[in-house]
Design a protein. Structure first.
Length: 241
């Protein structure tokens, strides 16, 4: 037996934004800009060329833009090393996340009550997508807030919560051939590249989030067009009318 105690294995941790080498130093700022562009490309055409939307939907859109702006600002502050302001805005984001979730639910409910879709309407399938977003966004946002003292987890979770919101814009890009869920899967790839190049292994948050997102999408695919699903929500919607 060696007389010298074996040194514990060194745990590889994420460098902070200011410690990373380019281009990974700018990863989350770039991600925030990409999300803003995707959201605008997805929403603007349908907003100006489609039928008028209710005021509640307008409010919901403004809240989403506020979240995207906040995510960009947080990434920018972290890059600049201004963690005091980052924490201040982070605390304010809790209230914004809660209001966004309520607005998502309100828009979904009011839309179904307004259209009163028939039993075979595709809107009952769209409801599956809305429920998926309503589930995943608070999971990542709340987890991210609870992990605010663990930066490795926090930065990934807040980016993933933002990606969930951006999916609504991706689903409106009918001009491109890929379905919205597949675009989300593609947008998960940068997280894996970031993990591999900055820490040489995949972070468990990345793996867990991927599993949750893919499981949600597979559940939607499985239930899509299911008559029992349509009958149940047809009864619920028309009973509330």
């Amino acid at each position: 037996m060696s007389l010298h105690a074996q040194a514990p294995a060194k745990i590889r941790r994420d460098p902070t934004a200011t410690q990373r080498r380019p281009p990974w130093r700018y990863f989350f700022v770039t991600l925030a800009i990409v999300y803003v562009v995707l959201a605008l490309v997805g929403f603007i055409p349908s907003y100006f060329t489609g039928p008028p939307v209710p005021v509640l939907a307008d409010v919901h859109g403004v809240l989403l833009l506020a979240w995207l702006a906040l995510f960009y600002n947080q990434a920018r502050l972290a890059l600049a090393g201004d963690m005091q302001k980052h924490r201040i805005f982070g605390l304010r984001s809790i209230a914004l996340a809660a209001v966004i979730w309520v607005s998502m639910l309100a828009v979904t409910v009011t839309s179904m009550l307004r259209y009163q879709p028939e039993l075979d309407s595709y809107l009952y399938d769209v409801l599956l997508v809305e429920f998926g977003l309503l589930l995943l966004f608070p999971v990542f946002a709340v987890w991210g807030f609870l992990a605010r003292h663990r930066p490795e987890e926090h930065r990934r979770l807040m980016a993933l919560a933002t990606l969930v919101l951006v999916q609504a814009g991706l689903d409106r890009m009918h001009w491109q051939p890929l379905p919205g869920p597949m675009l989300v899967w593609i947008l998960l790839v940068p997280f894996y590249l970031f993990d591999l190049f900055t820490r040489r292994r995949i972070h468990f948050v990345t793996v867990t989030a991927t599993a949750l997102i893919v499981a949600s999408h597979l559940a939607i695919i499985f239930l899509w067009g299911w008559p029992a699903w349509h009958r149940y929500w047809f009864g619920v919607v028309h009973s509330l009318a």
